[in-house]
Design a protein around this ligand. Structure first.
Ligand SMILES: C[S@@+](CC[C@H](N)C(=O)[O-])C[C@H]1O[C@@H](n2cnc3c(N)ncnc32)[C@H](O)[C@@H]1O
Length: 567
């Protein structure tokens, strides 16, 4: 029996994306399914298998092509795909397919093998209160209300493993590095069943349609080891190497590391166990919260209603007194400094740069606009319904520094010189007015934030999405590390600030990059563990000799990639 994804491909062509999204129907590529099946087959007594989120049964097809003497039970909630799956497997005589919700059924049964690509719903897209209760009652553990459904599938399946049973899950890697994941990781460690975590690196999207980075979690209920192996694969080709690794626990290899359960800390982001950490190069790191606090921007709960451009204000005759200047879209801010004239330019270009600020307004046009909101039930939305009055804006003074929430090329910090507010497209950064902050100026802080050094260190604390997209929640930055700038000797401090002023002047003519490199070099000299290091850019793959000569002569070629070189 040859196994391929033809059935899934036909299904995806015929069935609308809307339907597939509703049920989170993103299918497992055959190469991944086969690798996961190999893990299950490592249980020599594999007789009973469970597929908790059946879809079109790629795992069962891959399994049956290798082993015939098994019985498979599958759960599915979508009647449409269920009927098709039943037809596909009608002749095998091995299947027991049920049109039931896995989370509410089958708790009492145990299996030799469980294999799954569960639905990815965020906590607000499923009946999370009742499902959490179900899990907490059966597993006697407590979980966060923000927990994603896919991790709950995983925990239930681990609970359903028979002695020596094995389970293989492919899920987003987000839980490894997010706050709600801490309790999940704690529980995984408590069960002692975790064996492998294989993270599929940024470059490759495992699922064409889903914006997510995947990881494969392999567990065994066999008491054979107290170690977990973390692997980080950068391409589907590397899956083949993994197939060899998962048959046993080898020494650390180029793509993997092994840790004892006792070494794993559920409180930290587990990317520390599978990704090189940038912060390790530096000494004297402190949490960013030492110097500043990051909070998310203003959430209105109904942007279309609350945001205004000049023409919309004119249409509803709303006076500017009742409009709060506010940046609503990330793309409206292009440079590192956002000035009053940038704001004026956006305003005159009729961009949405205002928010309705109607508190205590006696103006009848404003009252009319509020009534319009009530007619359109804006007051009954999730966020507005919890405010009093419903059109009250969140209290966020304009932040002197912003940072972008989603990033492809590392964090982007902006100095808000226009002193305007911002929606959630940016997080707000408020420097601490504490004694400590008096030791470093906001210019020094911002100069640091512009450097690659700052970005690389923060990266250790990012969340990963598919296709190279990084997301930073406010707490990822608050808890992220930074160089302790108060320890910079005065001379270096002054030099950084001087360079920063040069950077500001040069920003428009493309030479600013070199100035940032110079700031980086000052910081590296003071903070890199081995400080005999220089920052270089490469125009092209220069021959090594020329590269070294450039370093000797201190020429700084401009190019695409930046690396650190020990001289
Ligand atoms: C991500 S797809 C995976 C399909 C297939 N196993 C694969 O790997 O290609 C998840 C499947 O689970 C189904 N599903 C969603 N919620 C479910 C639930 N609570 N119980 C059982 N199945 C569910 C969806 O309809 C979908 O077919």
């Amino acid at each position: 029996m040859t196994v391929n994804n033809a059935i899934e491909q036909d299904y995806s062509k015929q069935i609308s994306l809307e339907h597939r999204k509703k049920f989170a129907q993103f299918f497992t590529p055959v190469a991944v399914a086969e690798m996961m099946v190999k893990w299950l087959l490592g249980n020599e007594n594999l007789k009973t298998v469970l597929e908790p989120a059946f879809g079109l049964g790629i795992f069962s097809r891959a399994l049956l092509s290798q082993k015939n003497d098994i019985q498979i039970k599958g759960f599915e909630v979508d009647n449409l795909i269920f009927e098709q799956a039943k037809n596909e497997f009608a002749d095998t005589g091995k299947m027991n397919l049920l049109l039931q919700d896995y989370m509410y059924n089958d708790w009492q049964n145990k299996y030799d093998g469980i294999i799954c690509n569960p639905p990815y719903f965020k906590f607000h897209d499923y009946d999370n209160k009742n499902i959490l209760k179900e899990i907490e009652t059966h597993l006697q553990c407590s979980l966060s209300g923000f927990t994603n459904l896919y991790t709950l599938f995983l925990l239930k399946s681990i609970h359903q493993l028979a002695p020596n049973g094995r389970c293989a899950y492919i899920i987003p890697s987000e839980f490894l590095n997010s706050d709600y994941g801490t309790l999940v990781k704690k529980h995984l460690l408590k069960t002692g069943t975790l064996r492998h975590i294989i993270v599929v690196g940024f470059e490759e999207k495992v699922f064409d349609d889903a914006l997510t980075t995947a990881c494969i979690v392999l567990c065994a209920n066999d008491n054979k080891t107290d170690k977990v192996q973390f692997s980080n694969i950068q391409s589907m080709d590397e899956l083949k190497k993994i197939e060899q690794l998962i048959t046993e626990y080898p020494e650390i290899s180029a793509i993997s590391q092994v840790f004892a359960f006792s070494e794993l800390n559920p409180e930290i982001k587990w990317k520390a166990y599978y990704q090189p950490q940038n912060g390790h190069k530096y000494k004297n790191l402190v949490p960013f919260s030492t110097y500043a606090k990051v909070v998310r921007g203003i959430a209105t709960g109904a942007n279309d209603y609350f945001t205004f451009s000049l023409s919309k204000a004119k249409e509803y005759a709303i006076d500017e007194r009742y409009l709060l200047p506010c940046i609503c879209h990330c793309v409206d801010v292009k440079e590192a400094f956002f000035t009053q004239s940038d704001f004026e330019h956006l305003k005159q270009s009729d961009k949405n740069v205002f928010l309705l600020n109607a508190i205590n307004a006696k103006d009848e046009r404003v009252t009319k606009y509020i009534q319009k909101g009530e007619t359109e039930k804006i007051d009954k939305k999730y966020l507005t319904a919890s405010r009093n009055p419903w059109y009250l804006l969140e209290n966020r003074p304009p932040a002197p520094i912003w940072v972008s929430v989603f990033n492809r090329t590392g964090l982007r910090f902006i100095r808000n010189e226009a002193n305007v507010s911002n929606l959630t497209t940016f997080h707000c950064i408020y420097p601490n007015q504490s004694q400590l902050f008096s030791k470093i100026s906001i210019d020094l802080l911002f100069a640091y934030l512009l450097t690659d050094t700052a970005r690389q260190i923060f990266e250790d604390n990012s969340r990963e999405y598919g296709n190279g997209l990084q997301k930073f929640e406010p707490n990822d930055i608050n808890k992220g590390k930074m160089l302790d700038l108060a320890l910079l000797p005065e001379k270096s401090r002054n030099k950084v600030v001087d360079l920063y002023y040069q950077f500001k002047d040069l920003e428009c003519d493309g030479k600013s990059r070199q100035v940032l490199d110079e700031i980086d070099n000052v910081l590296i000299k003071e903070f890199v563990q081995n400080s005999d290091t220089t920052v270089c850019h490469f125009v092209s793959p220069l021959p090594l000799a020329q590269m070294l000569q450039d370093i000797q002569t201190k020429a700084t070629p401009v190019g695409v990639e930046k690396i650190l070189i020990n001289k």
